[in-house]
Design a protein. Structure first.
Length: 278
């Protein structure tokens, strides 16, 4: 694997990036990896750097970068809702570095996935891979509980689990949190479609490229998304043949454990291999 460190301009600031290439340097497909939250381009515990290395070993190019105000990059960090210019500049630099690329997919987790949904129409991308998309306009949800639908499903699973019942009887349960969750599950008042979810749906429904949504369905952010997805907010997306939802029975938001990591690699490699053949 070859690894290049480079910089590129973005609205008067300087962004730092890493380009990983196969040893041969010969690849037709590339992945633009968008960091979620305020993570630097290597990711938490170098998770994104290791993901890039695995994909590169399979013959694909991977471009990672720090958006403005994050990591090594200059400028101010205004959050994912202001990241369109950063993504566009990174994509332009990727193409400049590898002009022979025939296809580029973009991958983002959490609010990076939301950014790709919002801004894809201005980006020359060939595919979107969206993991656990964030459905809140604010940087943090006001309510720390999952949606009512997710709570009900979780409690139903626990009622079938002898160990969970044993913990309830033995006092190993936070009854305050339990009562709060039961109240939320009973009402479900806050599960009405949010304006931001509707905005995401409108943008996603306009996508004319292949889109795959990857969900670690026990992750809280994924549960919020699923509640919105199964409701009226995303109704316009449900019958789009280019949009596919894939689920993993796992709670790792960043696909960090071995099972989730292998599943994520499989999805990404399948996409990139398809771009190689196009």
């Amino acid at each position: 694997m070859m690894r290049r460190q480079l910089t590129f301009p973005c609205a008067g600031d300087t962004l730092y990036a890493t380009l990983d290439l196969p040893d041969s340097g010969d690849t037709a497909s590339g992945l633009l990896l968008i960091s979620g939250g305020n993570e630097i381009r290597s990711g938490a515990h170098a998770g994104q750097a290791m993901l890039a290395a695995r994909l590169t070993q399979a013959g694909h190019a991977v471009f990672r970068y720090d958006r403005r105000g994050i990591g090594d990059s200059s400028g101010d960090n205004h959050g994912f809702l202001s990241s369109e210019t950063d993504i566009a500049a990174a994509l332009a630099c990727f193409r400049e570095q590898l002009p022979g690329l025939t296809g580029i997919a973009a991958f983002g987790n959490c609010d990076a996935a939301a950014a790709l949904i919002l801004f894809h129409e201005t980006l020359a991308l060939d595919a979107l891979i969206l993991a656990n998309p964030w459905t809140f306009e604010e940087e943090a949800a006001e309510n720390d509980l999952p949606p009512a639908e997710a709570i009900r499903a979780r409690y139903w699973q626990r009622l079938k689990d002898p160990q969970a019942l044993k913990r309830l009887v033995s006092g190993g349960v936070n009854f305050g949190k339990l009562a709060k969750g039961l109240g939320r599950a009973a009402t479900g008042d806050s599960d009405a479609p949010a304006p931001f979810a509707r905005q995401l749906s409108t943008s996603l429904a306009a996508a004319d490229m292949p889109v795959t949504i990857l969900l670690a369905e026990q992750d809280r952010t994924a549960q919020y998304f699923l509640t919105a997805w199964n409701g009226p907010a995303f109704a316009d997306c449900h019958h789009r043949s280019n949009i596919h939802v894939k689920r993993l029975a796992n709670g790792s938001h960043s696909f960090a454990d071995a099972e989730a990591q292998q599943w994520l690699d499989k999805q990404l490699l399948a996409y990139l291999s398809g771009l190689n053949r196009s």
